[in-house]
Write a protein that binds this ligand. Sequence first.
Ligand code: EPZ
Length: 416
Amino acid sequence: MRAISIEGGKKLRGTVHISGAKNASLPQLAASILTPETILLENVPRVADVDTMKSLLITLGAELEEDSHRIKVKFEKLSTYEAPYALTTRMRASVLLLGPMLARFGVVKMARPGGCPIGRRPINFHLEGLRKMGAEVVEEGETVVARAERLRGARIRFPRISVTGTENIMMAAVLAKGETLIENPAMEPEVVDLYNMLKKMGAEMEWNRDGIHIQGVSQLRGTSHRVIPDRIEAGTFAVAAAVAGEEVEIKGAEPSHMEAVLEKLREAGVEMEVRQDSILVRGRERFFPLHIETKEYPGFPTDMQAQFMVLLSFADGTSTIKETIFENRFRHVAELNKMGTRIRVDGNTAIIEGIDELRGAEVVATDLRASACLVLAGLVAEGTTVVRDIHHLERGYEDFFEKLKALGATIKEEGK
Ligand code: EPZ
């Protein structure tokens, strides 16, 4: 597997431009299935998961053009209703094909989605919701086959908040017969961005305290839409700047999507200047310890907990991070401890002791955000760090190493 090596100790300075959000662009690409007309998406990040979604759409029958960060999709007719196993098992977001395929074509067959090994990641809420809307869903081993003459509106309450669950049912409901109410929906900016795009396509929806009210329509039209910036990429660079910076300007971020993260950075003592669409972050040697609990939006995002473990390793005192979203999202702890961190896990809580320095080591990336935290640790460790299996990172960060090198990091890809 591919690896990179990082020379620790180089100070980061300059400007980094944030790409479009992976977790917004994936449902929006899936939403192109809902109409025979053209969908134009701008600010789409060039990441592996988007490539996988593009391949899935083309296999199913879409015509797709791309240049730089713009993707034009036209899904006039179905080529097949079977999504290839080799593609759907690569990422969690494949599950987002279910709703739009049932809504538009009434049939879909796919293997259960793959993705990060951060937990069992069942899709029972998705399937139960679609069954409530009249779909016949048959699960045979790893394969799911779903059919529906025409989905009908239903009242669907999520027993716990689910980001792609909310997105899937929303996309199923916009063409269903009658009214759907989604109760206890996820409110992540990526879900809201999909909602806004569907409205532009002619979906009849209203989001209020009860949840998301959807009146099914017979057809949706094409539209153009700009993907929101990636708040997790922006948060990752903010932590990089805090631990390894001189001073870094993070351009193109949407600070209003990052309040919980910015608040924790301030609490840790990080000096920042937050402007309309950029954040200036100054580096520092030591931080205040924190107690963090991951929560659904607008709470502290689970996708940022690994990155904060690096920062809190340089706190004066003991910090804790409680992971409430996934049941196995501490696989990066063992790798970080190889570099000299003193982190122990007690149930779903990680206890992070402040230490004086990290030392370079050979470590293995286990999932997308864990990979990022190992790179951040490498930036500040004494000596050289080698991170293996960096393909995880390329699923969700566009040009991550190039962006860090442009800020002054010394990173070499092995074998290049
Ligand atoms: C989305 O995953 C994101 N992925 C994840 O980002 C993110 O970590 C997660 O939301 C939480 O914010 C995409 O948007 C593609 P959930 P998702 O459904 O939708 C349980 C990254 O790093 N659950 O909100 O799969 C589930 O096991 C990735 O970019 C069920 O039990 O997450 C989890 O414990 C990692 N049954 C909790 O709910 C279901 O049917 C929240 O999961 C669905 C979910």
